[in-house]
Design a binder for this molecule. Structure first.
Ligand code: AP5
Ligand code: ZN
Length: 213
């Protein structure tokens, strides 16, 4: 099964993608996580991506497309995957389509997690990310057992650099301009699945599973 998670920054794509990956036994591929891992490891790709991410801008298409095409070669992708944060522009979606079509494949579902802009800043300002394993929490909606420490690995939690309110507003603007058109793109292909992302995490998950089967 090949699934795309669509939705505004902070809509809960990553949260749902992790749960779905576990349920269906396919990898969760997050371009944002790959970039953050590269930044942490001080790679050249990480340095390039950081320039854009810190401003709330998208990393150039060619960098992202190359990275994803490379990731698809891995063995764990043979039964499908859950794409989180890719594609994010029409050219990225077209590149993905072309790569899949070349192998006689296609996307099964593009799940759009719908959350209004008013809720987004609150979601992001309360999000905390683990510096050790990258797990994501929320100070109100998904708190850790010990404040400021990851439940899984015990490392410290931080506010992501791009979750500061001024950057969040820019990410939302970029989302509406460059990523929202993908909803139309996948609607025309007949693979869109709309879910209400304002419900609690478990209800959103159940709604997605009801569609995917
Ligand atoms: P990326 O990491 O993909 O960021 P994003 O799309 O902005 O998404 P987020 O990770 O911020 O949010 P999410 O929807 O996954 O929400 P989450 O589940 O964490 O990308 C970062 C940057 O990398 C981009 O800005 C860009 O520069 C670059 N980039 C990445 N991919 C790219 C691409 N393809 N092309 C170009 N550039 C690219 O949830 C948010 C919070 O809410 C959490 O705290 C969570 O606990 C909480 N929460 C989740 N669900 C619920 C719920 N139902 N109720 C209450 N709280 C909830
Ligand atoms: Zn951790």
């Amino acid at each position: 099964m090949k699934i795309i998670m669509l939705g505004a920054p902070g809509a809960g794509k990553g949260t749902q993608a992790k749960m779905l990956a576990e349920k269906y036994g396919i990898p969760h591929i997050s371009t944002g996580d790959i970039f953050r891992a590269n930044i942490k490891n001080g790679t050249e790709l990480g340095a390039k991506a950081k320039e854009y991410m810190d401003k709330g801008l998208l990393v150039p298409d060619e960098l992202v497309v190359d990275l994803i095409m490379d990731r698809f070669k891995a063995d764990d992708c043979k039964n499908g995957y859950i794409l989180d944060g890719f594609p994010r522009t029409i050219p990225q979606a077209e590149a993905l389509d072309a790569a899949l079509a070349a192998n006689g494949e296609k996307i099964d579902y593009a799940v759009n997690v719908e959350v209004p802009d008013e809720n987004i800043v609150n979601r992001m300002s309360g999000r905390r990310a683990c510096v050790g394993c990258g797990a994501t929490y929320h100070i109100v909606y998904n708190p850790t057992k010990v404040e400021g420490k990851c439940d899984t690995c015990g490392a410290d939690l931080i506010l992501r650099d791009d979750d500061k309110p001024e950057t969040v507003l820019n990410r939302l603007k970029v989302y509406h301009e460059q990523t929202q058109p993908l909803i139309d793109f996948y609607t025309k292909k007949g693979v869109i699945a709309e879910v209400d992302g304002t419900k609690d995490m478990k209800d959103v998950f159940d709604a997605i599973v009801a569609i995917l089967g």
